[in-house]
Design a protein around this ligand. Sequence first.
Ligand SMILES: *[C@@H]1O[C@H](CO)[C@@H](O)[C@H](O)[C@H]1NC(C)=O
Ligand SMILES: *[C@@H]1O[C@H](CO)[C@@H](O)[C@H](O)[C@H]1NC(C)=O
Ligand SMILES: *[C@@H]1O[C@H](CO)[C@@H](O)[C@H](O)[C@H]1NC(C)=O
Length: 142
Amino acid sequence: MHAPFFIASLVALAAIASAQTKRGLPAGCDRNATVEYGDTCNAISAAHNVSTYQLAAVNSETIDSGCNNLVAGEVLCLGIKGQDCNVTHVMQAGDTCFSVADASGIQVNTLLANNPNVNTCDNVYPGEVLCTASQIYVNTTK
Ligand SMILES: *[C@@H]1O[C@H](CO)[C@@H](O)[C@H](O)[C@H]1NC(C)=O
Ligand SMILES: *[C@@H]1O[C@H](CO)[C@@H](O)[C@H](O)[C@H]1NC(C)=O
Ligand SMILES: *[C@@H]1O[C@H](CO)[C@@H](O)[C@H](O)[C@H]1NC(C)=O
């Protein structure tokens, strides 16, 4: 690689990193994680006990709807204080909202309230992370 191009690339990368940092974390961020090269939203969610819904909702300013714009080195907020569900289940093939709620000892309605993205639960998929807490964290009055 030519040195000038290499340096230009570094400058471009630094600019991206700095833009990400400047945007900052949302107010009241409870915990955070730094994106690693090759990360996916569901991998981050599974590794940190944060639901797919919560990671997307908390970082809606930075992560696009398909989670295709993660940048290695960028810091994501994992949950907002007081609304931070950290009890989770990674969906496996064959899991349903009913089986997961049952195994977690919670009501299906609680599961649905904490994971608004699953709608009627016909769209869950292996690798998706659901909040399985018995407390409801998602503010439905928003
Ligand atoms: C991320 O969390 C750590 C503690 O785990 C904290 O020290 C750090 O300040 C947080 N980073 C940001 C940008 O808030
Ligand atoms: C995720 O939750 C499990 C089960 O409660 C716990 O053993 C694990 O330490 C948690 N991991 C993190 C990163 O909090
Ligand atoms: C979840 O959050 C609660 C309250 O902040 C904390 O006491 C607990 O240790 C956390 N559990 C895990 C698995 O991180």
